[in-house]
Design a binder for this molecule. Structure first.
Ligand code: F0G
Length: 488
């Protein structure tokens, strides 16, 4: 991985490999770095769950890129001309045009966010006993599939579980496993195959075009639909261009169209394409469209606003168009790639190669003294917040539900995700993150485990509360104060 080029548009004469921002700052939000003692108090009040922290106590918010990517001037300007109407809005027509341009799909059903699309698809296609093969699940997807009586089969390749790898497409689906799964379940019980672009829970890892073609062939063989979760599709297309032979000179627009042409249904969270709300389900098949269409006014809103303000429809329309601009889409992967390379140099275990959405630290290895049922990824996030004021997100066992016997379902990967929303952070802020992680890695044995004290039955990571198994958070804060001092 040492030789991975920096994803910047410009080569540096001095040979440095650093990403270059292809935008300038126009509007800013002030940040505040509260002292370590206050951070300790804040994480206690938040039940050691980063979702329950307030932003007044957060320095760099790396929880997610959802609804937090920077918006472009053209997005904001389009929001002013929004045609606010309950039905038949011209803004929706512009949104349809963007969807057609990016995915080549003519029917568009707007929803208020990505999981609402999953709810519609679940209600329209999943029955008791349905089986959904996927390259990997996403938390909300799994919840909707299970709520409708379906079962998810994770058909990732062995490479996906290797933390340090140079495989360019760790989000690929295992084609043999797919065929076996369809035969075992019976094609009539497989309403669709779900492919997720830049597979979130595998560390933002893409699939290749070749893999999607193979999935399509198998789907055709058994007459099964393909549903693409396109929430992070721009980045996946960008990785295809950068990493897959034969695509070096193809535009993102061409790559996206080709991907789109192989999928029966595409849905996405608009919150990942730089708008603060929204999402959509898109298809060229009128039967599919008709089947879902009736659900929309029941759960979301009328067919042309989908439960969100029309200005957000405008923002999504423009954000989608920007998905074909390499300067826009490459920003987050380039910064992630930089972080990954620097952390690896320091010996910090991090998912490699760098993917989309964020930098993923392997908390299992980082805290190899903690058993998985003490939530190493959750503990690492709490510890990292205490020593940096940076908020990450747990993507490990805490993000799973329990099994029917009330036992933890141990996650395949125990990850601390540090999201790098598009065009939000500067390189010096990224350097700060690397520096604090470096300190924490050297002091990692001070970190202890966590246990739940309040735990919702579904998606417990959002609002569950935990407590430390010993007095480790205070000891960590004291050591940090002694070592760093942290005067600003
Ligand atoms: N699919 C993927 C791949 C996602 O990453 C998300 C959201 C969703 C569906 C659901 O979309 O939030 O608009 O309802 N991911 C966010 C994240 C929550 O932080 O990774 P939503």
């Amino acid at each position: 991985m040492e030789n991975t080029p920096a994803d910047s548009a410009v080569k540096f004469f001095n040979g440095k490999q650093i990403p270059l921002e292809m935008h300038k700052v126009k509007i800013v939000q002030a940040l505040n770095l509260v002292p370590v003692e206050r951070r300790l108090e804040a994480i206690r009040k938040a039940g050691f769950n980063s979702f329950l922290l307030g932003t007044k106590d957060i320095f760099l918010d790396m929880l997610t890129d959802s609804g937090t990517n920077a918006q472009s001037d053209s997005q904001v300007s389009k929001m002013f001309i929004a045609d606010e109407a309950y039905a038949g809005s011209q803004s929706f027509e512009r949104f349809e045009k963007s969807v057609l341009m990016v995915f080549g799909k003519k029917y568009v059903l707007p929803v208020h966010q990505g999981r609402a699309a999953e709810n519609m698809l679940g209600k329209a296609f999943i029955r008791e006993g349905s089986v959904i093969p996927t390259n990997y699940h996403f938390t909300t997807t799994l919840a909707h599939i299970q709520l409708n009586g379906g079962k998810v089969l994770e058909l990732f390749t062995p490479e996906a579980m290797k933390v340090k790898s140079s495989h360019p497409f760790k989000g690929n689906m295992d084609i043999q496993k797919l065929e076996d799964a369809i035969i075992n379940a019976g094609p009539e019980n497989v309403p669709f195959i779900r492919m997720e672009a830049s597979t979130n829970l595998l560390g933002g890892q893409p699939f290749s075009m070749e893999n999607l073609r193979e999935v399509r062939k198998t789907a055709d063989k058994y007459g099964v639909m393909i549903v693409l979760d396109a929430s992070l599709v721009g980045e996946n297309a960008y990785f295809i261009k950068r990493r897959e032979k034969g695509f070096e000179n193809r535009s993102l627009e061409e790559i996206l169209k080709e991907m789109g042409s192989m999928c029966d249904i595409i849905y996405f969270s608009g919150r990942k394409v730089s708008s603060s709300r929204g999402g959509a389900i898109c298809t060229n098949n009128q039967e599919i469209y008709d089947r879902i269409k009736f659900l929309l006014p029941v759960y979301e809103g009328f067919l042309t606003y989908g439960g969100i303000p029309i200005r957000e429809i405008e923002s999504m329309a423009e954000g989608l168009k920007e998905t074909v601009d390499e300067n826009v889409v490459s920003h987050s992967p380039a910064f992630i790639n930089y972080m990954v390379r620097e952390l690896d140099k320091l010996g910090i275990p991090v998912i490699m190669p760098g993917g989309a959405l964020g930098c993923h630290i392997d908390a299992g290895q980082f805290l190899d003294h903690l058993p998985q049922d003490e939530y190493p990824a959750g503990a690492l996030i709490a510890a990292f917040y205490i020593v940096s004021g940076v908020r990450g997100m747990e993507r490990g066992t805490m993000s799973n539900n329990r099994d029917e016997n009330g036992r933890d379902i141990l996650a395949d990967l125990e990850l601390m995700r540090l999201a790098v929303p598009r065009r939000v952070f500067t390189l010096s802020q990224i350097e700060y993150v690397i520096d604090r992680l470096h300190w924490l890695y050297r002091n990692r044995r001070l970190i202890g485990g966590l246990r739940f004290i309040q735990e919702p039955p579904l998606l417990r990571f959002f609002i569950g509360r935990l407590e430390p198994l010993s007095d480790w958070p205070r000891k960590l804060a004291i050591k940090f104060r002694e070592d760093i001092g942290e005067s600003l």
